[in-house]
Write a protein that binds this ligand. Structure first.
Ligand code: UDX
Length: 425
């Protein structure tokens, strides 16, 4: 087998680590650099600082090809393609904060042997601006489409790979595209600005799909339709597709809220008012609070009520709590005078300080013990496996369940005497 091209990864957060591990699995030596020395040391010892299924195994299996370092020089000496995977969090105005990207660019110099391969999600136009300042350096946009909880699988079996580059970087773009050839996915070769836009537009479209189905859910409740049935019927139309049509308590996470705001801001800065995205954001904000009204419907005032929140992570199979619905709900419930207890299988460690005065329970049953109502916020499989009809029913003070993800067995709960409230049914 021909020697595989060594890869540089700059920024070993969640995207960087998944990218490094997956390229190592494909047979590349990977030189991954982070400025946080403790993180690099921990990775060197084989510790995995985040919860991502399959990732620890991949890192262990490919340990000899993975070189974690704090030194940019080591990366530049060993690799020519430098995958930039630093985060671009939102600023107060909703714009993307590019300071970490800029710090990396400042360190890279201007060697024509090296290319920046931008995986971080950046505003459209960022690549062009960087290229103007670094004329010799190659520049390729290669956005990531990884979902937390299934990132390894998403990397290895992508729907598409996007590789954007100008003429000047055509050779580098070919080398980047070649890295993905073993994955047998369509490769979209395009210009840098279009590649940047593909990423933002894809996330904004998926977020729009979720806000759309959430509004259909809310109207369905009023009109007596069941949003699960509606989504099933809609999803069979190939033009619509059945993915991302699950109604719930809104989208969270590190990408959708940030990318929708970033695209809206970007449009605004260019003089275009992106009307639709304002609504997507507003619907999502309201949806996160929707459980409150449902609780009030059954409990009246929430003052001194004991409310159990099941799930804190913004979705199952991750310990990420960024923009998580549970944080919004906990704050709101407490401002209504309720006492909140929360449980999550993996995300509690990160959550404690953000949950205000909420009590962190040791188990789901502990959270439900004596509760006046339970809100299922995150659809962790183990919540469906609880003995709702027996043990849970016996422990709760009042059998009221708000199923914020339409995840539990409604008929079984109702048969067991629960008052069940789903979303859009
Ligand atoms: C997302 C994109 O899917 C990924 O391509 C991008 O690179 C990063 O952002 P992620 O944030 O990990 O990935 O989560 P995802 O599984 O897409 O879910 C996002 C949010 O939408 C979650 O809060 C989830 O609960 C919610 N969601 C998703 C719904 O409410 N309904 C759905 O039908 C799907």
């Amino acid at each position: 087998m021909a020697e595989r091209e060594p890869i540089g990864v700059v920024g070993v957060g969640w995207v960087g680590l998944c990218t490094a591990a997956c390229f190592a699995e494909l047979g590349h030596h990977v030189y991954a650099r982070d400025i946080v020395a403790e993180k690099v040391a921990a990775l060197g010892r084989g510790e995995v600082p985040m919860h991502e299924p399959g990732l620890p195994e991949l890192l262990a299996r490919n340990a000899e090809r993975l070189h974690f370092t704090t030194e940019m020089g080591e990366v530049l000496d060993n690799a020519r393609l430098l995958f930039v995977c630093v985060d671009t969090p939102p600023t107060y105005s909703g714009d993307a904060d590019l300071s970490r990207v800029e710090a990396v660019v400042a360190e890279l110099g201007d060697s024509e042997d090296h290319a920046i391969v931008m995986k971080s999600t950046v505003p459209v136009g960022t690549g062009r601006a960087i290229q103007r300042r670094r004329e010799r350096l190659g520049y390729v946009s290669n956005p990531e489409f990884l979902k937390e909880g299934s990132a390894v699988d998403d990397f290895m079996r992508p729907d598409r790979v996007v590789v954007g580059a100008g003429e000047h970087s055509d050779g580098f773009a070919g080398r980047v595209a070649a890295l993905y050839e073993p994955l047998d996915a369509p490769i979209v070769r395009t210009d840098v600005a279009s590649a940047e836009m593909i990423k933002l537009a894809s996330n904004a479209f998926l977020a729009t799909k979720i806000s759309f189905i959430n509004e259909i859910a809310n109207v369905s409740e009023e009109l007596g339709a069941d949003v699960n049935e509606v989504a099933r019927g809609m999803g069979l139309d190939e033009r619509i597709g059945d993915k991302f049509l699950k109604a719930g308590l809104g989208f969270g996470g590190s990408c959708f809220p940030k990318d929708v705001s970033a695209l809206k801001q970007l449009a605004g800065n260019s003089g275009y008012h992106f009307q639709l995205l304002n609504s997507v954001i507003e619907v999502n904000d309201l949806q996160k609070r929707r459980a409150i009204g449902k609780l009030q419907k059954h409990l009246g005032s929430l003052v001194n009520r004991e409310i159990a929140l099941l799930g804190v992570a913004f979705k199952p199979h991750t310990d990420d709590i960024r923009e998580a619905t549970a944080l919004v709900l906990a704050a709101r419930l407490q401002s209504e005078g309720a006492h909140v207890r929360v449980f999550d299988p993996v995300a509690l460690e990160n959550a404690e300080e953000l949950l205000g005065g909420a009590r962190i329970a040791g188990t789901a049953l502990d959270a439900l013990d004596g509760a006046d109502a339970a809100v299922l916020v995150t659809e962790w499989p183990e919540f469906a496996e609880l003995d709702w009809a027996g043990e849970v029913r016996g422990r709760m003070a009042q059998p009221v369940v708000v199923d914020g993800r339409n995840f539990l067995d409604r008929e079984a709960l109702e048969a067991a005497g629960f008052t069940y409230e789903g979303i859009g049914r």
